[in-house]
Design a protein around this ligand. Structure first.
Ligand code: FHN
Length: 588
């Protein structure tokens, strides 16, 4: 179950938390695995894998500081966080004069970083349009000294450099144009001087029409935060997509419109999102819009790891930059884009046009693949370099055609074993960010079921990513959620079961413990291994993010070998639970 996050603490859950006031439910599209209705329009996007998100607007003027006080929240949320009256906020536009704006430089930086598309905030929640608009004077042309459209020069630069361009548009939350929604409540009586229906008709619909008819092909329309977006309001906006038949839309319009892509925010879904195209959007520091006091930058290595992780799970990475009020990228952003670009120049082949990893879990890294007719190329991204020089690819039994260190063509010796293919690698990583090993094998690689091997002590830690989730032919919605600190969540239905295949190294008595959480009164379940089972009951832990260890008792495993450990709900007494891990400790 996703935790309903407080926006001040983190942005990760904001869309889910705003989608429904009560218990969060996955959008229908996710539950039913609806694919894009025109898969061919997704071709370029699926190959691209990497794009740039740009959050830019009037909020870059205060840059997170209000009346001399730094605000803890996101830069672009300052107006809402500080409850700045409309008339006062309008003053920031009077000094928004980005004379250093050099869109060609932005596009070159994106291109050199290896990005294939850009999505820019045409209008964020503060309602300020970066384009001239007949629907509202609250725009760059009429409300700022700059007085010129900011989107057109960027579009032109994108065309010049072969970059796709898309627009973010905040369709519901608009704190300036009267009638717009405010997810956390309005604070200025002038915000509600007309109805939301009027706002949709007089501002949102005409403005979306403006951005879809002025700039040629628009690659992506990025809706955001569908507060109060009913199906009938959403339908008016969705209808405009006919103006751009090849446009790709995200899942945040609201009103039960699934869109083409799902948009995890600030995290990488641990097992991807099967059956959906998806795009993780992420900040480079802790804000989307520029903040003068935010220097918590992710390192280039972390950013490249995220990209690799996302590609290995079949998704795209939309990495954010927040330009300042003059129109410049902060130096920290430029440095990172350049470092990523150096890596992409060398290893881009292992990202663009790749498919998700055929391996459900690689403890030491990630894999992307290019399945061909006779051969499959596997790109192994090593995130944790082995001390013993050996990388086991579990379950890989295809004949190896070639294996090299990507980038310097050095041969890698491979050794088939009964557990899979072992790659014998040099003592040191071969790249300072992420090293890549390119292995070509004969035929298709069939996803082997992951078998968890014991630790040195013969004990086990069973993790969500290693599990097989059976949702009983769609009756359940259990899945792995979160990033590195993942858990099994959305386990609403007692029809779902979760299992792990384990290779027991030593017969004996094992103590079992499950780390779980629930907000229900309690949940009863059993854990099966071989012919035995243990019963467990979990009581309310006080929150889905509050985990507790449930002692399950002892199992006697009579001989070494492969076992399946399965968690099975009691259908007569089940409340949704999250599971973070199961530990099995050999005691004698
Ligand atoms: O509230 C916005 C936020 O400011 C930012 O634009 C992000 C980007 O995905 N979307 C919303 C939160 O989900």
């Amino acid at each position: 179950m996703p935790i309903l996050l407080n926006r001040a603490i983190a942005t990760t859950g904001i869309v889910l938390s705003l989608l429904s006031a009560g218990h969060a439910q996955p959008p229908d599209s996710v539950r039913s695995g609806v694919m894009s209705f025109k898969p061919e329009k997704m071709d370029w996007w699926r190959k691209a894998r990497f794009g740039m998100f740009i959050h830019w607007g009037v909020y870059s003027v205060p840059a997170g500081v209000y009346h001399g006080h730094p605000n803890d929240g996101l830069g672009e949320w300052l107006m809402q966080d500080a409850h700045i009256p409309r008339a006062e906020y309008a003053g920031f536009a009077k000094t928004f004069n980005p004379t250093a704006y050099d869109p060609e430089k932005w596009v070159r930086l994106a291109k050199e970083a290896g990005m294939k598309y850009i999505v820019i905030t045409a209008k964020h929640h503060d309602g300020f349009a970066l384009f001239g608009s007949a629907a509202s004077d609250w725009n760059i042309v009429t409300a700022s000294p700059y007085g010129k459209d900011l989107l057109m020069p960027l579009v032109q630069a994108c065309r010049k450099y072969g970059m796709k361009i898309g627009f973010y548009y905040s369709q519901a939350n608009d704190w300036y144009n009267p009638g717009g929604a405010a997810a956390f409540g309005h604070w200025d009586s002038t915000q509600t001087s007309r109805s939301m229906d009027e706002y949709i008709e007089k501002v949102a619909v005409p403005q979306v029409r403006e951005i879809l008819t002025r700039y040629g092909d628009v690659a992506e329309l990025w809706w955001d935060v569908p507060t109060d977006m009913t199906p009938s309001r959403a339908a008016k906006l969705k209808a405009l997509m006919a103006l751009q038949p090849a446009i790709i839309t995200n899942d945040r319009l609201g009103g039960d419109v699934p869109g083409d892509i799902t948009t995890p925010e600030q995290y990488v879904p641990a097992t991807g999102i099967p059956g959906r195209d998806w795009e993780t959007c992420m900040t480079m520091n802790d804000t989307w819009g520029f903040k003068v006091n935010d220097s918590n930058w992710k390192s280039p290595a972390i950013i490249v790891r995220n990209l690799v992780d996302i590609a290995s799970k079949g998704g795209n990475y939309l990495l954010n930059v927040g330009p300042d009020a003059q129109g410049r990228f902060p130096a920290a952003i430029e440095i990172r884009l350049q470092a990523i670009g150096r890596w992409m120049t060398k290893y881009g082949e292992s990202i663009y046009g790749t498919s998700a990893s055929p391996f459900s879990y690689l403890p030491w890294g990630r894999c992307t693949s290019k399945p061909g007719v006779d051969e499959t190329i596997l790109y192994f991204h090593v995130l944790s370099w082995p001390k013993d020089g050996k990388l086991l690819v579990p379950g890989l039994s295809n004949k190896v055609v070639s294996a090299t260190i990507f980038g310097n063509a050095q041969q890698v010796v491979t050794r088939p074993t009964e557990d899979g293919l072992v790659l014998l690698v040099p003592a040191q990583p071969t790249d300072s960010l992420v090293s890549v090993i390119r292995v070509v094998v004969q035929g298709k690689v069939v996803a082997p079921e992951y078998v968890v091997k014991p630790e040195m002590t013969y004990s086990f830690t069973l993790l969500p990513q290693q599990a097989t989730i059976d949702n009983a032919a769609g009756q359940g919605s259990a899945r792995v959620e979160g990033g590195d600190e993942s858990n099994i969540g959305w386990w609403m239905s007692p029809a779902s079961t979760v299992s792990w295949k384990i290779r027991v190294g030593k017969a004996g008595i094992y103590t079992l413990r499950a780390s779980m959480s629930t907000v229900g009164e309690g949940s009863t379940f059993s854990l099966h291994a071989g012919t035995q089972h243990l019963k467990g009951r979990l009581f309310n832990t006080g929150g889905y993010d509050q985990y507790r260890d449930v002692e399950l008792g002892q199992l006697s495993l009579p001989e070494a070998g492969i076992y399946t450990v399965r968690l099975v709900p009691d259908p007569t007494d089940w409340q949704p639970v999250n599971v973070r891990k199961i530990t099995m400790e050999l005691i004698f």
